[in-house]
Design a protein around this ligand. Structure first.
Ligand code: ZN
Length: 326
């Protein structure tokens, strides 16, 4: 099988393109990877593996540099062929959501994996296990998925012109962004628009997930993390909107907080943290909400990078909330 033909056939199979788009797709791919060697044979049948072969061909043809970040930019651009435009992804999400929220979330998760936005192969390198302790099972993960910084890439980044666009990796402006040596490739990135109260927010997955269906809910404005009364209302909105997902927040403090304090965001996913199944101590009730049981715990959170005390708070609250609903 020819590499180019196989890739194009797989794109047609996995997207809204049809057979009538075949020549168009071939030519758009040739423009990206170069024409030399396009007739080469392949044994691959998986779209992401075919994409990798095309990227290698593009490096040979001098169409893209050999740094990982440069190759990622082209890879994301090739996977953009199977990714519907943002407005369509949003329309489909909310059309399906009206019938089945679970299906809408499942479809968006599936798209984010199929188009290589979520780095499944890299995430598979992570090591995760539980170990018993006198306080319950401790969950330990060793994150091996994020690529080490290549010294060549660090040197190249130094020479790159300083840019403040997009302002950070959580800004809406990342959707479709080409990427560069010091900013990740986002041509295949899509964000679902939603409201938390009367604020506009976005919903996306994390490319290097730390747990199952690790998602990020981000403010559509580049505003700093602030833990306030509104945080709790928004976290509870999230668990209402995404059935089966937990929601949590990093602290808004440096060191113990999240890695991006300049952009307000929450984390969620389909995962049960030990906090959620821990026995309640310090149980209390809210005035006027006798059917909600809540509890708090104070933890020193250095052990976890991502789930700080507030996520434990919020999982307590959402736990209490869902119990109330039963
Ligand atoms: Zn931002």
């Amino acid at each position: 099988m020819k590499l180019l033909d196989t890739f194009v056939a797989k794109v047609i199979e996995a997207s809204d393109y049809t057979e009538d788009d075949m020549f168009y797709l071939r030519n758009r791919v040739l423009a990206l990877v170069g024409e030399d060697g396009a007739e080469q044979e392949t044994q691959e049948t998986d779209l992401i593996a075919l994409k990798e072969e095309l990227v290698d061909l593009a490096v040979k043809n001098g169409k893209v540099g050999e740094l990982m970040a440069e190759k990622d930019c082209l890879g994301a651009e090739l996977m953009n062929f199977i990714t519907p435009i943002p407005s369509q992804v949003n329309r489909r999400f909310w059309d399906t959501y009206a019938k089945s929220p679970q299906q809408a979330v499942a479809d968006f998760y599936d798209l984010s994996k199929r188009n290589d936005y979520i780095k499944i192969a890299a995430i598979a390198k992570n090591i995760a296990f539980t170990t018993p302790s006198q306080y319950g099972d401790i969950q330990i993960t060793i994150n091996l998925s994020k690529p080490e910084k290549d010294p060549k890439a660090i040197a190249a980044a130094k020479l790159t012109k300083a840019s403040s666009y997009p302002k950070c990796q959580l800004c809406m402006e990342n959707e479709g962004y080409q990427g560069r040596i010091n900013h990740p490739a986002r041509a295949n990135h899509r964000i679902i628009r939603l409201n938390l109260g009367d604020e506009k927010w976005g919903f996306q997955y994390s490319p290097y997930a730390y747990f199952n269906e690790h998602c990020i809910i981000l403010n559509t404005e580049h505003v700093p993390m602030v833990i306030s009364k509104n945080t709790f209302a928004q976290l509870l909105d999230i668990v209402d909107i995404f059935p089966g997902y937990f929601a949590g927040s990093n602290s808004d403090l440096p060191i113990v907080g999240g890695s991006i304090l300049t952009h307000n965001h929450y984390q969620g996913g389909r995962h049960v943290f030990p906090m959620e199944i821990a026995e309640l101590d310090n149980e209390f009730h809210f005035k006027g909400y006798s059917d909600v049981t809540a509890s708090y715990s104070i933890h020193y959170t250095k052990l976890y990078d991502d789930t700080q005390s507030l996520s434990r708070w919020s999982s307590c609250l959402s736990n209490g909330n869902s119990r109330a609903g039963q």
